[in-house]
Each structure stands twice: as C-alpha cells, then as structure tokens.
Design a protein around this ligand. Structure first.
Ligand SMILES: C[S@@+](CC[C@H](N)C(=O)[O-])C[C@H]1O[C@@H](n2cnc3c(N)ncnc32)[C@H](O)[C@@H]1O
Length: 272
C-alpha cells in the first residue's frame, strides 16, 4: 500500500482498493454518486463491493464517513441512503453516528408539495469502538450562569430521575451532530468548481480533526475534485485519493499540489 500513499490514483476504486493492505486506513471521508442525481464522467458504482472493501481496509477503531442523499423518483424518495447505512451495519461496521450536513445556502427547488431539501446525511461508521475522537467544542450559550431548574445532567432510558447540575454552566460544550456549511462560495471551495458536487473544505477539516491524529492515513475512494486529499495535506495527514474520471483527478492533483507548495500554511496547520 506504501506505493499509493500520498497520491491521487485514476481508476475504478473497487479495483484499486483490492491492492490495499488489510486494516491500513484510519479514516475514509467520501461521498458516492447519489442515485444518478448527477452526471459524472462514466462511473460504475458497485456499492456492496465498495462497502466490503472499505471494511477490510479500515483499521480497528477506524472510521468511514459516508456523505449521501436520496433522489426523489416518481414522487418518493428512493431511501438509498438508509439501505446503504443498513448494509454497512450488516457487514460489520458500527453505525457510530447519523450526522447531518446542513447547507446554509441550499439550491432552491421546483415546488412539488414538499419543503426545500437542505441537508445530506453524514453516516459515521466505525470498525469496532472508535479509537480516536478529538471533539470539536463550541461556546455554551449560558456559560457561567447557574440555571435554576432548567439545566440537568444527561438522562437516559434507565435514568428517569433528573438531577440538577451543581456547578455553573461551562464555557464550552461538545458540538452537536448537525453541521452547517455554506456550499461553494469560499475561495478554497471555488478551487473545485470544475466538479458538480465537491465537499466544503471545512466539512472535511472537521471530520479529519475529529477522527484522526497527526500522520494518520485519510482515504477517499471517490475523491472527485480532491477535497479530502487537499485538506488531509493541509492538516499534516497522509492521504490516498481515487477517482474514475481523468478530468476530476487532474483537478484533485492541482489542488493538492497548490497546498503542498504553500509551506507556511502547511506548517501552521501541523503546529495547530
Ligand atoms: C459525489 S462525487 C465526490 C465529490 C468529492 N467529495 C469532492 O469533494 O469533489 C462522486 C465521485 O465518484 C466518482 N466515481 C464514481 N464511481 C467511481 C468508481 N467506481 N471509482 C472511483 N470513482 C468513482 C465520480 O467520478 C465522482 O467524482
């Protein structure tokens, strides 16, 4: 697998992944073609084989982030996202978290008696118990105050009795699992405008931060414009990216090269 490390490979991911070692990847952040929603350049997409290979190549405790949405066909959503999530569970992954990627600037849709779609799923699968979690923290709205009668310890099914917090509300808390991003507007995201559906760089950054440490190996088997490899380089991780399209691989290589040639940015992110 060493020969694939830190490169963008043009090819069918199912063929390329067969050459990877067992349990070599810390984190996969990827997004498959959704239900023929967009016209990519001549893809073939054997979902079940790809999921099985992902399981084989993921380290114990490693994570796969699968970003996906459904098409609406003949007045019904396909449900493909859920079917895929359940298949990942069937082959051995834990469904660690079902997260939401909310778009702050969703594309307006033709009105068809439904609300405008503004999110995608980010299924977080793990092979066994997650080994690395560096949680992102956010400010607590009521930091420092003692909220009589309204702030409680976490309670669960077996814990009917709510207990009031003894201490004042902390400054920071762990971020929720609905993550919001502006799509396609930032300069770093504009680099990918030759691709129809790139990730926002910040979405990838947040997952790499959460689920890996320095020098971890980050993978995207369908990397399109190369957002996952690009951000992995920026954050001092190793990367492997695959895409079936020659045109998208060219964009991905260009983006990675541009980051590698900015040592100031690269070093700053390593120090962070
Ligand atoms: C939703 S896009 C991924 C976009 C990517 N996350 C980005 O930030 O640009 C899906 C990609 O899968 C690629 N693809 C489809 N089938 C593939 C296969 N069998 N092997 C490798 N890539 C494939 C398509 O060319 C397309 O670029």
């Amino acid at each position: 697998m060493q020969k694939y490390l830190n490169s963008i490979i043009e090819g069918n991911c199912i063929e390329v992944m067969k050459n990877f070692d067992d349990e070599g990847i810390d984190l996969t952040v990827t997004s498959p073609p959704y239900d023929d929603l967009r016209n990519y350049k001549g893809y073939v997409f054997p979902f079940e084989e790809i999921a099985q290979e992902l399981y084989r190549i993921t380290k114990q405790g490693g994570v796969v982030v699968w970003v996906v949405a459904d098409a609406t066909i003949n007045a019904t959503e396909t449900g493909t996202s859920f079917k895929q999530a359940l298949y990942f569970k069937e082959i051995g992954f834990n469904l660690h978290d079902t997260m939401i990627f909310r778009k702050k600037n969703p594309i307006p849709q033709i009105y068809r008696k439904r609300y405008n779609n503004e999110f995608e799923y980010m299924f977080v699968f793990s092979k066994g118990v997650v080994s690395t979690h560096n949680p992102i923290l956010v400010d607590c709205m009521h930091a420092g105050s003692e909220l009589n009668g309204t702030t409680y310890k976490n309670y669960s099914k077996n814990e009917q009795k709510r207990e009031k917090l003894a201490k004042p509300v902390k400054d920071k808390k762990i971020k929720g699992n609905i993550w919001e991003y502006v799509v396609g507007k930032k300069e770093e995201d504009q680099e990918a405008k030759g691709h129809p559906a790139p990730f926002p760089c910040q979405l990838v950054r947040d997952h790499i931060m959460s689920w890996t440490n320095q020098d971890g190996i980050v993978f995207d088997p369908m990397c399109g414009s190369g957002t996952t490899p690009r951000v992995a380089v920026e954050m001092g991780r190793n990367y492997i990216g695959i895409d079936i399209s020659h045109e998208y691989c060219a964009i991905a290589k260009m983006r990675v090269k541009a980051i590698e040639s900015q040592p100031a940015l690269f070093n700053a992110s390593i120090a962070a």
